[in-house]
Design a protein around this ligand. Structure first.
Ligand code: SF4
Length: 161
């Protein structure tokens, strides 16, 4: 039975559209599901990305604090090494007329050693003699590193003050 009610026609058109959609949408879903993997398929866990930079170096340990130094004990006192004796043939000794025995000095060549006053001159009463006590041999400021005889003499003699 035909009708002229426009609302009724519109309702029929809606029902037709809905029925068509009801049959079409499940088909679309089926097609879509057949192309994608099933939802129950196991998924591979994502692997961790390889390191792109070098592993950070471990922090270097802090420099150890300076260990306390043990107290330095003074070296045992040893007597000073004896100086080598000055040779009478040493060029400086020859130039100054040095002799281990002052009585052997040629007083004609070295007049300072001549006479009664000159005969009193010895290394032991020379201000350049470096003896600490009564040593027979000791250093002399004119002959560094060498020992001269206590009873020696040279032309560099200087009276003790
Ligand atoms: Fe002796 Fe004095 Fe001459 Fe030295 S300077 S050798 S101590 S006299």
């Amino acid at each position: 039975m035909p009708t002229n009610d426009p609302a009724l026609g519109s309702r029929r058109q809606f029902i037709k559209f809905a029925a068509g959609a009801a049959t079409t949408i499940p088909l679309i879903n089926l097609a879509a599901c057949s192309e994608s993997p099933p939802a129950s398929a196991p998924t591979k866990p994502a692997e961790p990305a390889p390191p792109t930079t070098q592993a950070p170096k471990p922090a270097s340990p802090p420099a150890p604090a300076a260990a306390p130094q043990p107290a330095v004990e003074p070296a045992p006192t040893t007597p000073p090494a004896e100086l080598p004796r000055l040779a009478e043939s040493d060029p400086t000794a020859v130039a100054l007329g040095y002799h281990h025995d002052a009585t052997k000095v040629d007083s004609t060549k070295y007049p300072r050693r001549a006479g009664a006053e000159g005969a009193k001159q010895y290394c032991y009463n020379c201000s350049l003699f470096l003896a600490k006590g009564q040593e027979e041999w000791a250093g002399c400021s004119i002959f560094p590193g060498k020992a001269v005889a206590r009873n020696g003499w040279c032309n560099g003699w200087v009276p003790k003050a």
